[in-house]
Each structure stands twice: as C-alpha cells, then as structure tokens.
Design a protein around this ligand. Structure first.
Ligand code: PMP
Length: 398
C-alpha cells in the first residue's frame, strides 16, 4: 500500500483533451475551433507590436528582479483601475477600490473567492448556465456550494432573461453572483444595457454580491463600451468584485497577467480589504511575477504604446466580427435556411453555433473540424483560408 494507492484519476480537461485529439488527427485540412485563443488571419497566435516595443524598452534599461510587493506593481494596479473604472472615477480617486495584480484572470477569481469565503463562509455562489467551465470548479474548490442561474435559451438562440432575473430575485441575501462583464463564454450572448440595469437593481434590492469576470474587455464593442457595465454597479453604490485578464487583449496567455479589484464603501474599509487580499496572496504564492505585468503597465502608461495597443485590439475585434459576417454569408450562400443573425449578434471570441453533440462529433470525425460538444466554436480561430472549408463542413452535418 503506497501513500497514493487510493488516489483517483481526475477527469481530463475536456478542452485540452480536444486539443490532444486535434494534434493526433492526420487530416491535412483539420481546423481547431475548440480553443479559447485568438489567432490572426494566418492562423497564428499574434505577438502584439506594442508588446514587442515595451519589451524592447525594458531590455534596453534592464532592471534587477527583486520581489514585487504582495499586491504587485503599483503602476500596473493603477493602470488596471484606469481601464476598469476610469482613472478619474470617484471610487478610484476616493481610494475605495482595492486592486491587486493576479496570476491571470483565473488568479483574480481565486483571490476573490478565497477572500469571500472568509467574509461570508455560508454564501452560495451562482454562475450562469452554462458558464466558463472553470467557474464552478474554482468556487467549489474555494469551499462554496455552486449553483446556476438560467442563461442560455437554446430554442430562441439568445438569453432566458426572465429566468435569469427570477433566479436572482429568489436568491438569498449574500449570494455571490458571478457575471460575465462582456463577451459571455461560452455562448457569445450578452444581456442588453437595459437588462444590466435590471440586474443591478435586483442585486441591490436582494443584497447580492456581484463578481464580474472581465476576461474580454475590448473584444465586444470597444474598451470603454465593454467597460461601461462597471459604471452601473458603481452608480448603484454597490460593493463588488471585478477580475481582469489580459491574456486575450494583450495576447499574453502564458505570461499570466490579470488582476482583482474590490470596490468598497469607504477608503478605510478598502484598506482593511486590501490587507486581507494580501494575506490570501502571501499564503498562496507570496507575491506575483514581474515580466508580464511590467509589459502591460509600460504599454498602458505610455501614450504612444497605449494608442498602438488600442489599434491592435481593435484589429482583433474587427477581424472576429468580419468572420461572423463571412460565416453567415457562406452558410446562407450554401442554402442554409432560417435566421442566422444570432451569429453576428453574439459577441467576443465564441459562438454557440446551435449544432448538437452528434453534429459536433461528425464535424470532428468526418471533416477534422474541432469544436466543443456543446456546439461552442471559437470564431477567433476562423480565417479567410479555412472559413470555406468550415462552412462547407457545417452545411454537410446540418
Ligand atoms: N474567465 C473567463 C470567462 C475566461 O474565458 C477565461 C479564459 N479562458 C478566464 C476567466 C481566465 O483567464 P486567464 O487565462 O487570464 O486566467
């Protein structure tokens, strides 16, 4: 009997499993739409020019790598606040936002989850049905019971907003509500401006705790446009959480650059909250890494680089939108009947295609087109070279 003889094999990550299957597929025309990554029109992971330029500047003025403060690079945290809340926002200037550097957006969620567990250990967490698959696992691992609120409406290819709002109204005070700030993963459907107002009103009325996951700021309608939802929570005077990820918006997946911001009622409360966030970080990994956050801080705090980034991010956003339009055109030209406007209505990298599991399995097996069994495809992995093939394959399995 060894120490680990009773350890069970954990289930494989379904998306990583799909990637392995894709790698082993010998079909030369194969296309991987299972990933959650933006590729350019040549099917390559982009290295942004603003990142290259920031790294060049850092290389030319090399600095020794001491430990960072527990909450990260101060100029980085400030830049995150500027992006999420607006640098001149009263909550920021009034010292009411505690922001810490985190190891990707996932790290921001985890620091927030661990802190929440201390603040309100008996709270339930509600995530959207469906949601990014790690939301459930992450909050469960932090010790919470995780339930769902209705979200996707398969029949109407949209959102079951009445179901969502009813679930929020029925939630106990203190329930933690995980919301996708924009570009919902996996469906691609975002609630409207007016619906956000309703959600904010119910959160306030029912005393719920909002945790906004902002992993795709700039991929929907624009940096400011996607960030506008945050202002609604600020205006309502709520205390809430925002996790930030720069994995996609800077194409810095492997650098693990993210953050967590907690909006508090007062400056004094904010200092106490920050001290607790630091304990969470200190006891998990002591302090965050330097490189990625320094790159992002340099870009965001240098006007010329910032302008370059905004343009490059706009380029990614526009290309995704073009792929949506092109996909609808190709499917329509191939004779697919029915309303396909849901594809262009969706936002961000993903599309719930409406295809069922059998169709997704056929796409893989017969055509080497890899998407998730739920019907989720990554529109950001489509390009002008593979879209004809993909559209043709979709038509054949329909
Ligand atoms: N939240 C959502 C909704 C995501 O889609 C992702 C990334 N797939 C994350 C959080 C995590 O981002 P990161 O890779 O920066 O940890």
């Amino acid at each position: 009997m060894s120490l680990f003889s009773a350890v069970e094999m954990a289930p494989r990550d379904p998306i990583l499993g799909l990637n392995e299957q894709f790698g082993a597929d010998t079909n030369p025309a194969k296309v991987n739409l299972g990933v959650g990554v933006y590729y350019d029109d040549n099917g390559k992971l982009p290295l942004l020019k603003c990142v290259i330029e920031a790294e060049r500047q850092m290389f030319e003025a090399p600095k020794a790598r001491g430990y960072l403060p527990i909450d990260g690079i101060a100029a980085y945290d400030k830049a995150v606040q500027g992006l999420v809340f607006g640098a001149d926002s009263a909550v920021v200037t009034g010292g009411r936002v505690a922001t810490v550097q985190a190891i990707g957006g996932t790290g921001g969620l985890k620091i927030g989850a661990d802190f929440l567990k201390k603040v309100n250990p008996n709270a339930t967490v509600l995530i959207s049905d469906p949601s990014w698959e790690n939301h459930r696992a992450l909050f469960t691992n932090a010790g919470f019971t995780v339930g769902t609120y209705p979200y996707y409406d398969a029949e109407n290819k949209g959102i079951n907003f009445a179901g969502m709002i009813d679930a929020l109204r029925a939630a106990d005070a203190g329930t933690v509500l995980v919301l996708h700030a924009c570009c919902h993963n996996p469906t691609g459907y975002d609630i409207t401006d007016a619906q956000w107002d309703e959600v904010v009103a119910v959160i306030k009325e029912r005393n719920l705790v909002a945790f906004l996951d902002m992993a795709y700021q700039g991929f929907g309608e624009g940096i400011a446009e996607d960030g506008a939802v945050i202002q609604k929570f600020v205006a309502a005077g709520l205390d809430f959480f925002v996790s930030t990820s720069f994995s996609k918006s800077f194409s810095l997946y492997g650098e693990r650059v993210g953050g967590l911001s907690v909006v508090c009622a007062s400056k004094e409360e904010c200092a106490r909250v920050l001290s607790q966030l630091k304990i969470t970080i200190r006891t998990n990994y002591s302090n965050p890494p330097t490189h990625g956050a320094q790159v992002v801080a340099t870009v965001l705090n240098t006007p010329a680089l910032r302008a370059m980034w905004e343009e490059e991010l706009a380029g990614m956003r526009v290309r995704i939108k073009q792929m949506r339009v092109l996909l609808v055109d190709k499917l329509t030209a191939a004779g697919v009947k029915g309303d396909l406007s849901f594809i262009t209505r969706q936002k961000g990298m993903f599309s719930y295609s409406g295809l069922n599991k059998d169709q997704m399995v056929r796409l893989r097996g017969e055509f080497g087109v890899y998407g998730v069994d739920s019907g989720r495809i990554c529109v950001a992995a489509l390009n002008t070279k593979n879209i004809d093939y993909v559209a043709d394959a979709i038509v054949k399995v329909m």
